[in-house]
Design a protein around this ligand. Structure first.
Ligand code: OOG
Ligand code: NI
Length: 268
């Protein structure tokens, strides 16, 4: 098994520990005779040079992944890039970063505190994306960060891990549409993110996406545990473009809503 496959395995294992609904969904689909193929894995970070997209992308680039599309989220003050491997069976990697210089001085100073505390572990980590949270954070810091940016709050609580994996609807044997998959998921009791409608994007965007709401997790803050939104599972259907090849990028206006799967007011 290649190093990169092992990395995805480790990411999947810790992701399932944080988000048991994803293993339950895989099990439910597998029992129905479906083949679950992972379209992409997503990560979050800050644009500080110690932990930026480039740092997070390193193990992927070293194993042959190349930078592809770039995406801007002006309201959320985020920038993202996606990476693809020449082997089409390898999942795409979507990495976003919070643009710290566009945030309040208070947020910047809290994040700098966290990063200084985590600096040594960060610099020694062979793969940043597997590190988890290398700093301590109080529930007050988490709440203050989340008030300004749900993304910053989430990242302060979890640090480095897969934010979500994604079921490729095209690879399912018996389920053709995202509508069909969504109904099945809801019937089985999984709650979906309905920000901007359950299905984000359309065939004319060449990509349709939906996602579960993040499951709630008890996180140990410096001042005790608190239950907050964790990770989620995404579902994507890709459409062929004029040249007949499947669209392999992302759609910023849809992604903008997918980010909200971990918002505190949404999660269950
Ligand atoms: C990423 C949200 C965007 C997609 O597929 O458009 C996304 C995140 O929540 O970190 O994953
Ligand atoms: Ni995604």
């Amino acid at each position: 098994m290649d190093l990169i496959d092992r990395l995805f395995d480790k990411l999947w294992i810790s992701f399932c520990e944080m988000n048991p609904q994803s293993s339950a969904i895989v099990e439910m689909l597998t029992k129905r005779g479906e083949r679950v193929v992972n379209d992409h894995v997503a990560f979050r970070t800050f644009n500080d040079p110690r932990v930026s997209i480039d740092v997070l992308a390193k193990p992927f680039v070293e194993s042959g992944y190349a930078a592809k599309g770039e995406y801007q989220f002006p309201q959320k003050k985020l920038f993202a890039r996606h990476y693809e491997h020449p082997l089409p069976e390898r999942p795409k990697v979507f990495i976003s970063e919070l643009l710290l210089e566009e945030m309040s001085p208070q947020l910047q100073s809290t994040v700098q505190e966290l990063l200084s505390e985590g600096e040594e572990l960060i610099s020694k980590a062979p793969e940043l994306c597997l590190l988890g949270r290398p700093w301590t954070v109080t529930s007050q810091q988490y709440t203050a960060l989340s008030e300004e940016s749900e993304y910053a709050g989430w990242l302060s609580a979890y640090g480095y891990c897969a934010n979500h994996f994604t079921v490729l609807v095209n690879a399912l044997a018996h389920i053709d549409s995202l509508e069909e998959l969504n109904s099945l998921l809801k019937e089985q009791g999984f709650e979906l993110n309905s920000e901007g409608g359950e299905i984000k994007g359309s065939p004319s965007d060449f990509l349709e996406q939906s996602s579960t709401l993040a499951s709630m997790i008890d996180v140990n803050f410096a001042d005790g545990p608190m239950r907050i939104p964790g990770c989620y599972y995404e579902f994507a259907k890709r459409y062929p473009m004029a040249d007949g090849t499947l669209f392999s990028g992302f759609v910023a206006k849809s992604a903008d809503k997918i980010f909200q799967s971990t918002d505190r007011r949404n999660a269950n």
